[in-house]
Design a protein around this ligand. Structure first.
Ligand SMILES: Nc1ncnc2c1ncn2[C@@H]1O[C@H](COP(=O)(O)OP(=O)(O)OP(=O)(O)O)[C@@H](O)[C@H]1O
Ligand SMILES: [Mg+2]
Length: 244
C-alpha cells in the first residue's frame, strides 16, 4: 500500500513539550486511529496535518510532498477536517455543504444538485437541504460537517473525536457512515478517539500517544490483543487516565 501521510520526527512545543518526536505512517485508503488519554497530544497532532497549527520541528508529507511546501488552501482542500463539535456556519444546510467548493469555484455556490449528492451520501433526507443548520440535531449536524468536508473531494479526512457529543446509537451510526465512506470513496481517514472500542470498531491501524510520545503503532486488533508496551496494556485496561 502507498503511504498517504508520513509523519517524521514531529515535535511541538509551547513553553512545554506537547509532542515529542512523533513518527508514523498512514497508508492510502485506510482508517487510522490516534488514541490516548486526555491531554496526550492527539488534537495537536491532527491539527498539524492540515496546518491549523505549526510544528516546532519535523516534517509531514502528503502524497510524498512536504506540506510546508504546499499552499495552505490547497492542503486544506485535500485534507478535510471534522471537529469534535459540528460547528456549522450560520445559514442553510446546503450553504454549509457548498462552503468549500464555493471557495474554490464561484459557480458551485448555488449548486444544489452537488449539495444534494453529498447530503444523500451522508444519509440525510432531501428535505433537510433548505433547513437552517442550527435546527438540526447534533447527530444530523455532524453528518452535515462530514458532507461539507467531502464536498471538496479530499484524499484525506481528519476527524477529531467526531462522536463525542453523541449517544451510543448515534455514535454507532456515524461509525458505520465513516466506514462506508472510506469503502465507497476510498478516502483515507485519520480519526482521533480516546475510546479503544471505537478504534477497534472503525480502524485498520492505530497509534497510541501518551504524554506527547508515540508508544505503539500497528494493526488495531493486534495491538490490543498483544500489546508490546506496558503503557499500551495500562491504557487498554483503563488504568491510564489523565496523565499530565
Ligand atoms: N496553546 C497551548 N499552549 C500550551 N499548552 C497547550 C496549548 N495547546 C495545547 N496544550 C497542551 O498540550 C497538551 C495536549 O493537548 P491536546 O489538546 O492535543 O490533547 P488531546 O490528546 O487532544 O486531549 P483530549 O483527549 O482531552 O482532547 C495538553 O496538555 C494541553 O494543555
Ligand atoms: Mg483532543
Amino acid at each position: 500500500m502507498d503511504e498517504k501521510i508520513i509523519i517524521e520526527n514531529v515535535c511541538q512545543e509551547k513553553g512545554v513539550k506537547i509532542l515529542d518526536n512523533i513518527s508514523a505512517k498512514v497508508y492510502d485508503g485506510e482508517i487510522f486511529s490516534i488514541f490516548g488519554p486526555s491531554g496526550s497530544g492527539k488534537t495537536t497532532l491532527l491539527r498539524l496535518i492540515n496546518r491549523l497549527d505549526e510544528k516546532t520541528s519535523g516534517h509531514i508529507y502528503l502524497d510524498g510532498v512536504d506540506i510546508d511546501e504546499m499552499d495552505v488552501i490547497t492542503l486544506r482542500r485535500r485534507v478535510g477536517m471534522v471537529f469534535q463539535l459540528p460547528a456549522l456556519l450560520p445559514g442553510k444546510v446546503y450553504q454549509n455543504i457548498l462552503f468549500g467548493p464555493g471557495l474554490f469555484d464561484r459557480s458551485k455556490r448555488d449548486d444544489t444538485a452537488l449539495a444534494l449528492r453529498y447530503l444523500k451520501l451522508v444519509g440525510l433526507d432531501e428535505e433537510l437541504l433548505d433547513r437552517d443548520g442550527e435546527t438540526l440535531s447534533v447527530g444530523q449536524q455532524q453528518r452535515v460537517s462530514i458532507a461539507r468536508a467531502l464536498a471538496n473531494e479530499p484524499g484525506v479526512i481528519l476527524m477529531d473525536e467526531p462522536t463525542s457529543a453523541l449517544d451510543l446509537t448515534a455514535t454507532l451510526k456515524i461509525e458505520e457512515l465513516i466506514k462506508r465512506l472510506n469503502r465507497e470513496l476510498k478516502v483515507t481517514i485519520v480519526i482521533v478517539t480516546h475510546n479503544i472500542e471505537q478504534a477497534v470498531r472503525v480502524s485498520d491501524r492505530s497509534m497510541l500517544i501518551v504524554r506527547g510520545r508515540k508508544i505503539e503503532e500497528g494493526k488495531t486488533k493486534d495491538m490490543l490483543k498483544n500489546p508490546k508496551e506496558e503503557l499500551t496494556e495500562e491504557f487498554i485496561s483503563g488504568h491510564l487516565e489523565e496523565v499530565r
